[in-house]
Design a protein around this ligand. Sequence first.
Ligand SMILES: *Cc1c(COP(=O)(O)O)cnc(C)c1O
Length: 385
Amino acid sequence: MQDVFNMKIPFNKSYLTGKELGYMQESLESRNIIGNGSFTKKCEKLMEDIFVAKKVLLTGSCTDALEMASLLANLGTDDEVIVPSFTFVSTVNAFILRGAKPVFVDIREDTLNMDETVIEKKITDRTKAIFPVHYAGVSCEMGTIMDIANRYNLYVVEDAAQGVYAKYKEKYLGAIGHLGTYSFHGTKNYTCGEGGAIVINDENLIEKAEILREKGTNRSKFLRGEIDKYTWVDVGSSFLLSDILAAFLYAQLEKMDEINKKRKAIFDFYYENLKELEDAGNLRLPIIPDECETNYHLFYILLHSEEKRDFLMDELKSAGVQAVFHYVPLHNSPMGMKFGYNDGDLPVTESLSSRLLRLPFYADLGLEEQKFVVDMLKKIILHLL
Ligand SMILES: *Cc1c(COP(=O)(O)O)cnc(C)c1O
């Protein structure tokens, strides 16, 4: 396909609010740029207030937060964790590192989130936790998941990497389970390049979490003036984010609503303009259940086959439009197979992931670019596919 308008539309770009440099400058001038500093506290307070969370701690990444969660839930050898296969590797690595085993469940056709109706059948004496992943910023069926967890006494760790500022029945994602994790990676809605946070909703785990993040010391108490020197009190590691990055992040968190509105406009444009292709049976658009309020993390379409998806992706690329797919399922990956899984075990996951295509999506994607993506999609789908 010819590159008519000479457009080059990348898949993702980190959005900047304009306040990032100023706050970073302020952080530098304070000459106190280590973790758990003043911007870290500002970010944490802002999130605790908005998300109505008991405690939020910034971390180096969502991967860090997931590892912290696995340590806090005391996951260990031969414990089992129920988790979708349709997710990023970090969700599962976090507890495999502790010796726990993944029990993969299939996903729902509509939201591509873990199928809550199959969870109970997977529970054994060894089951310790459920790790729901809120795909694309659309919530898992948290009512059912929390009910099952309470009945079987299991921890719920929400991987809300993509779900920051999204809601399920008026509650913010990450603030529903015992623990929640956020990502501020450069590809996410609100970012500082690399960064994350853990949300601690179970009060009993707050002090342990603070110690864990500060290398096993009670430095957090010391910084609050509650003790006059700090010392080694438990196991720990370093899961802190530099305060320079927290300064960057604060500029973004202050503007969550504004960023969200920009993303909504792009999502709505894609949706409204691609609806005729869905109505004609050419593709499927995202489905958002009534009880879920999305943060418009990404926009995907589902094609009829992997061949059609790959063809469309290649044609878009020739037209200058970078569209990508994810996730390659974990259960039938080389690592997943070491846990005894195989092709065919999770048919919905395998089918949907092979037919999914993500369109360019970032907060300042221009209207001309959006139109170009839609026009190219229509041309290719209606004339070539
Ligand atoms: C992005 C992402 C992560 C990892 O986030 P990092 O901050 O890069 O560690 C984990 N889980 C999901 C579902 C993600 O989308």
